[in-house]
Design a protein around this ligand. Structure first.
Ligand code: S3P
Length: 172
């Protein structure tokens, strides 16, 4: 029951990190937050990595980490919002467990990230950046079969829905 990974995918501000924490508490499974792990390994923050090494280098770091994590089991993995940009990432994760895409309206996303300064891709006019990036990535998130709209849901409610899916999938 607890050996498949649970992988949370979704745009920035859709609640991957908080939901991951609730899931880890509820299941006792180990939580891996990919952004935090990359920051620890690189000894730099995400904005520093983007500024000093560039986005392509960051995507490469993500790719390497996906390769490693998808070989492990029993993990709750919260990914960075851009993980869908490389289809190999999604394919690897699909093989290693239950992949769930969290979604939210641009308005909800804006409210959640309004005061945040840690996301280099939202460092200018946040509203415009959210709309533009979300529109561009929409087909990539929509390609994931399990999607949960988190508008109006608490973290616990989102986690409960994921656990229901996980129980169903583990029965097969
Ligand atoms: C990114 C999302 C961020 C982080 C980086 C790039 C993206 O993660 O990986 O700033 O491209 O959407 P969160 O989704 O956890 O904010």
């Amino acid at each position: 029951m607890r050996d498949k990974n649970i992988i949370l995918i979704g745009f920035m501000g859709t609640g991957k990190t908080v939901t991951g924490r609730v899931l880890a508490e509820r299941t006792g499974m180990k939580l891996i937050d990919m952004d935090s792990l990359i920051e620890t390994e690189q000894k730099k923050t995400i904005p520093e990595i983007f500024a000093q090494d560039g986005e392509p280098a960051f995507r490469q770091m993500e790719r390497e980490l996906v390769r490693k994590l998808s070989k492990r089991s029993g993990l709750i993995i919260s990914t960075g919002g851009g993980i869908v940009l490389n289809p190999d990432n999604v394919a690897d994760f699909e093989k290693s467990g239950l992949v769930v895409c969290l979604t939210a309206s641009p308005e909800t996303i804006f409210k959640r990230v309004e005061k945040d300064t840690s996301r280099p891709l939202l460092s200018g006019d946040k509203k415009t950046q959210i709309y533009t990036l979300l529109e561009k990535r929409k087909p990539l998130y929509e390609a994931i079969s399990h999607r949960i709209n988190t508008d109006g849901l608490t973290d616990k409610q989102t986690a409960n829905r994921i656990l229901e899916l996980y129980a169903l999938e583990s029965r097969d």
